[in-house]
Design a protein around this ligand. Structure first.
Ligand code: ATP
Ligand code: MG
Length: 568
């Protein structure tokens, strides 16, 4: 798919002026100064087509539009751009509402563009009466031929000079259902020689014998996007119609429609660069294909760049808003590093969530000089950065689990964790020395036999000697097994510079956790000490999108701890 190409070119993270002060706001400031819109409030909208779930790119548009209205004490509409009955579905309407609300977008009005079909029809009639629109019988193919190219001017349609009366009659008949799909279209009458192809008598209404989710079978003619959009904006009193760059060439037609209809104080269209992210594909069409072919479990699969997916993954609205603020609003396309998004969620969770000890790949440790039936309670702080978050007690006894990664039989240089003869601190507990390695028949290390120094108990003020490594552990007797899903990017580099789905984007393991994790509530987030951030969720696919989670408990990895951002 060609759109995969565009998102690829990894550039330096684009951090331009924050949304709090961007070129769009400069335009608005000027409009306020010059009273371009009189006493009208600044009015923006977010106009999704309900043909898929929203993604992180849409979040940028929501933050910009809702944020702008908020900044200027203006208004903001959530408008479903549902004028194309062929592609839309009500399932998406509910998900979009939920996602915008979750992000914190507060709309003044929730609107369906299809509610304006009557007005739009009247506007088309008005254009016909002004001699600015005509019914054309050319087939789609012929229209294409007549349109010309960037270098060759178009040819006028032989139907262009029909009388106003004939056009009114034919358009009425189109509406009455007299013609088949594609038999006739209504076109604006502008200029077939215009250097801008969008101005070469574009189609504004077409026949489509299709039921519409909102208007049912009332209509068999539907307005085309370029005609409908300026009307939707104008009807709602939108002042600044913010859209992505690919609509720049459509702006002259947007203005033409409202000028010919003599709309008082018409809205103005302003274009900004869409968000592209490394390792991410954002086209709804492509994301839908991944859902349909089972590459992912649903639109809200935690690997998806959808807002529903990010929410399930454990992202917070605060982190996403912070991200949108940091990337800012620019007029030139660029690709943002996904590590910036990851940085934002780490920053948000760092001081909000408690830490827990969880061993993902267990290796058994036996402390040979620790009494067989003794258990001590060790105090561990809940968040190292926020002492007010208190502490909790963890059981410690003779048999423990540590991470396999925290042991090396033959240590590499600068390895300060467990290896034969080395002493490390067990977080919040004792100094422990590895003495002996137990292997199975195949030579795999299955157990470490260690000793502890009772003098070194954490908090006892011991200052006798220092160790370089601190590792985490759980008590084997009381540990609870937990299902953990570790995620990698859904997309990786494929051939000829395109992204392709990563066959190893999810790995499921059983970890061993401190006992308190058994009581985690759905949606509760934690830092797994030294591992990353995780959210308590439910089995993939068990949830109804937007509904309560069901199924078995699973901890989804939100993000790991290492930060490649900012790059020093
Ligand atoms: P896609 O191409 O991903 O299917 P779309 O542009 O067709 O998206 P719409 O539902 O038409 O999706 O978009 C609603 C609004 O969101 C539009 O104003 C659009 O410009 C904006 N938008 C869509 N994708 C992005 C993006 N990647 N970055 C910023 N804004 C976006
Ligand atoms: Mg679209």
């Amino acid at each position: 798919m060609s759109e995969l190409k565009e998102t690829k070119a990894a550039a330096e993270p684009a951090v331009s002026a924050p949304a709090g002060n961007n070129f769009i706001h400069n335009i608005i400031d000027k409009d306020l100064e010059q009273k371009t819109y009189g006493e009208k409030p600044i009015y923006t909208r977010f106009p999704p087509e309900p043909n898929g779930y929203l993604h992180i790119g849409h979040a940028k548009s929501i933050c910009l539009n809702a944020g702008t209205a908020e900044k200027y004490n203006g208004k903001f509409n959530l408008r479903f751009d549902d004028t194309n009955p062929m592609k839309e579905d009500v399932e998406y309407v509910e998900s979009i509402k939920a996602d915008v609300a979750w992000l914190g977008g507060k709309w003044d009005k929730l609107i369906f563009a299809s509610d304006y079909f009557d007005i739009m029809y009247d506007c088309a009639v008005k254009l016909i009466k002004k001699g600015k629109a005509f019914v054309c019988d050319l087939s789609a193919e012929q229209m294409k031929e007549y349109r010309g190219t960037l270098t060759v001017p178009g040819k006028e349609s032989p139907y262009r000079n029909r009388s106003v009366e004939e056009n009114l009659k034919l358009f009425e008949e189109m509406r009455e259902g007299k013609y088949a799909d594609g038999e006739k279209v209504l076109r604006a009458k502008i200029d077939m020689a215009s250097p801008n192809i969008n101005m070469r008598d574009p189609a504004i209404y077409r026949v489509a014998h299709v039921s519409h989710h909102n208007t049912g079978d009332k209509w068999c003619v539907y307005p085309l996007y370029d005609f409908a959009h300026p009307l939707e904006d104008a009807i709602e009193g939108i002042t600044h119609s913010i859209c992505t760059l690919e609509f720049e060439d459509h702006r002259p037609f947007y203005d033409w429609v409202l000028r010919e209809l003599e709309w008082p104080t018409p809205p103005q269209q302003i274009e900004f660069a869409r968000l592209n992210l490394t390792n991410t594909v954002m086209s709804k069409r492509y994301l839908k294909a991944l859902v349909d072919d089972g590459t992912v479990v649903g639109w809200d699969d935690p690997r998806m760049p959808t807002i529903a997916g990010l929410r399930r993954r454990g992202y917070t609205p605060e982190a996403i808003r912070d991200f949108c603020e940091r990337i800012g609003v620019a007029k030139a396309n660029s690709t943002v590093e996904i590590s910036l998004l990851e940085h934002c969620i780490r920053e948000d969770l760092k001081t909000k969530v408690e830490s827990r000890m969880v061993i993902l790949n267990p290796l058994k440790v036996v402390i040979t000089n620790y009494p067989e039936d003794m258990t001590e309670e060790m105090e561990i702080e809940n968040n190292k950065e926020v002492p007010e978050m208190g502490s909790r007690m963890l059981p410690f006894s003779r048999e423990l689990y540590v991470e396999q990664d925290d042991f090396m039989e033959v240590p590499v240089k600068k390895y300060f964790r467990l290896f034969p003869g080395n002493e490390v601190r067990f977080k919040g507990a004792y100094f422990i020395t590895c003495n002996e390695v137990v292997k199975d028949e195949e030579g795999n290390v299955v157990e470490l036999r260690c000793t502890y120094d009772p003098e070194t108990r954490s908090g006892s003020g011991f200052e006798g000697r220092k160790v370089k490594g601190t590792i985490h552990w759980v008590d084997a007797k009381t540990a609870v097994p937990v299902k953990v899903r570790l995620y990698d990017y859904l997309f990786v580099d494929g051939e000829d510079g395109r992204y392709v789905p990563n066959p190893e984007s999810v790995k499921e393991i059983t970890g061993y956790a401190e006992p308190s994790l058994a009581d985690a509530k759905d949606g509760e987030r934690f830092q797994f000490f030294r591992q990353g951030y995780f959210i308590a969720g439910r089995e993939l696919g068990a949830a109804v999108p937007g509904g309560p989670d069901r199924g078995e408990r699973v901890f989804h990895q939100i993000v790991d701890l290492k930060s490649s951002w900012p790059k020093k």
